[in-house]
Design a binder for this molecule. Structure first.
Ligand SMILES: *Cc1c(COP(=O)(O)O)cnc(C)c1O
Length: 495
């Protein structure tokens, strides 16, 4: 043994580590946190769905950077007082706004385990990546994709849609688009979706360098399904004008009213016209797990790529978006990039190529796959399918209750799990008055903590929108929503 040189710098003691001095204390604190969060989920219905944030609570998060340490128990007390009661509310069965999953205790525990392993899923040879590949394989089989398909976890469908546009772009223009940019040829590319598509599709066209004007939004029918005849006509007009159609984005579950495009017709059209067929299946694609819904998604198996979220109908805690691409080679060609510090080997920790960083923009990536793996294994795909079916049945129950109430009016056909309706007042018959009234009623209900619907606008009419995504939602929650709409509606129209 050689003695350290005399001039070695002085290293302070190991008290500089971030590990606790006393593991028993953090163990006890951890058990308390775990018990509290399990109680939180178990007793969630007793809480308000959401509550307005008091000014003094908000002010607590305008604090200076802490320089000195604080006791963990004290920081946790701040969490229970100032954070936990003021969350979004989507764990609560009365949450029906936007499209939010409810999460599960199983997913929560898996998140803790993932954080404990602190795995980086950008690449390298370790089992967490095999867990992600297992989910890719399950998803591939779920959608009837071929063996050469590839997939990857991402934040959400917004990112997955953007990545699909980038894969389609490289597929159309060749991989050199990544060096040269889209150039004058790329400026001619046009993509197609419906007016009911999610806004992130337009944003994806913007971010991919085409500009959102290169996205043609085709009209839909009353159920928000794309008009395939109009789509075909627009493609012909664009080709005639010297443009280069390259991609169609179909919707499996539109965000406003849950419409499902005729995916079989879209896939046939794309085959004929040699266009990339991408499906935004953010929440709807997992409907393939529900035997009653699966036939309505026919054609999904012919897509070139599908974006979906396990954090919506799949109930995996945020975030767990996913992209699956039929042709894994094209997927890699759009993102893989060599780097000396990311050299691949055939043995050791740098083996196992290709790595997830070859399939998307991220290098460092968390272990989203683990909470999804726990969810799929613990519940099984059939139970998740039954839960999805039940949310649609609950939407049917809500629809029936609305149809039976003279004061309520349905504003869109109920196709899946989303119900759009409004309160009708005798003395508020002008459209802007009705819109204002219903907007105020939704805010009243949110602030009451009884339920959390959101709003949307359909043909200029403001709708109260209830999307039943949460597996905890039951008829009593829908009855409470109806009662609240009637009560706040009557109060507002009397005032
Ligand atoms: C939620 C949603 C998106 C966006 O997905 P994120 O996971 O929020 O990024 C896109 N399309 C549809 C149809 C959606 O419901």
């Amino acid at each position: 043994m050689t003695a350290p040189p005399n001039e070695a710098p002085l290293i302070s003691t190991s008290s500089e580590t971030l590990d606790p001095q006393n593991w028993d204390e953090i163990r006890a604190q951890g058990h308390r946190m775990l018990d509290d969060m399990i109680d939180y989920a178990a007793n969630i219905r007793a809480r308000p769905v959401w509550r307005p944030i008091p000014d003094d609570i908000r002010a607590r998060f305008r604090d200076d950077l802490p320089r000195a340490p604080s006791d963990l128990g004290e920081v946790y007390r701040e969490f229970t007082e100032s954070i936990m009661p003021y969350a979004t509310g989507n764990v609560h069965p009365g949450f029906m706004g936007w499209v939010h999953g409810g999460g599960t205790a199983v997913g929560m525990l898996a998140e803790m385990l993932a954080a404990g392993l602190n795995a980086n899923l950008g690449g390298r040879d370790h089992i967490p990546i095999e867990v992600e590949r297992q989910i890719v394989e399950w998803t591939r089989v779920m959608f009837g994709f071929p063996a050469e398909a590839s997939g990857i976890f991402v934040t959400g469908t917004s990112m997955a849609n953007l990545m699909a546009v980038l894969v389609a772009r490289a597929s159309m223009l060749g991989a050199q688009v990544r060096r040269h940019g889209i150039g004058s040829e790329g400026a001619l590319l046009t993509a197609y979706t419906s007016t009911a598509a999610h806004g992130c599709v337009s944003k994806a066209m913007d971010l991919a360098g085409f500009g959102s004007d290169a996205l043609r939004c085709i009209v839909t029918d009353r159920s928000h399904r794309i008009d395939v005849v109009a789509l075909r006509a627009q493609i012909a007009v664009d080709r005639e004008a010297g443009l280069m159609p390259f991609m169609v984005v179909g919707s499996a579950g539109t965000v406003d009213i849950g419409g499902i495009d005729d995916l079989a017709a879209l896939s046939a059209l794309c085959r004929e016209e040699k266009l990339w067929f991408h499906v935004d299946g953010a929440y709807g694609a997992l409907g393939v797990l529900a035997p009653a819904l699966a036939p309505r998604l026919a054609g999904l198996e012919h897509a070139d790529s599908i974006a979906l979220d396990f954090h919506k109908w799949g109930q995996v805690p945020y975030d767990a978006g996913f992209l699956i691409v039929r042709d894994g080679v094209r997927h890699r060609e759009a993102f893989a990039a060599p780097a000396a510090y990311l050299r691949r080997e055939t043995r050791g920790l740098a083996a196992g190529s290709p790595w997830p960083c070859d399939l998307g923009p991220d290098l460092s990536r968390g272990f989203r796959a683990l909470k999804t793996w726990f969810t799929l294994k613990t519940y099984g795909a059939d139970k998740l399918g039954a839960m999805i079916t039940r949310t649609c049945a609950l939407a049917g129950y809500l629809e029936a209750r609305i149809l039976a109430e003279p004061r309520l009016e349905l504003l869109a056909p109920v196709q899946l799990n989303i119900v759009c309706f409004r309160y009708r007042a005798d003395d508020a018959n002008r459209i802007d008055e009705l819109n204002r009234l219903n907007d105020a009623v939704v805010a009243d209900i949110q602030e009451s903590g009884i339920a959390a619907p959101s709003t949307t606008v359909l043909d200029g009419q403001l709708a109260i929108r209830a999307a039943i995504v949460n597996h905890r939602t039951d008829t009593c929650d829908l009855d409470a929503l109806i009662a609240a709409v009637l009560e706040f509606g009557a109060r507002r129209s009397a005032a």
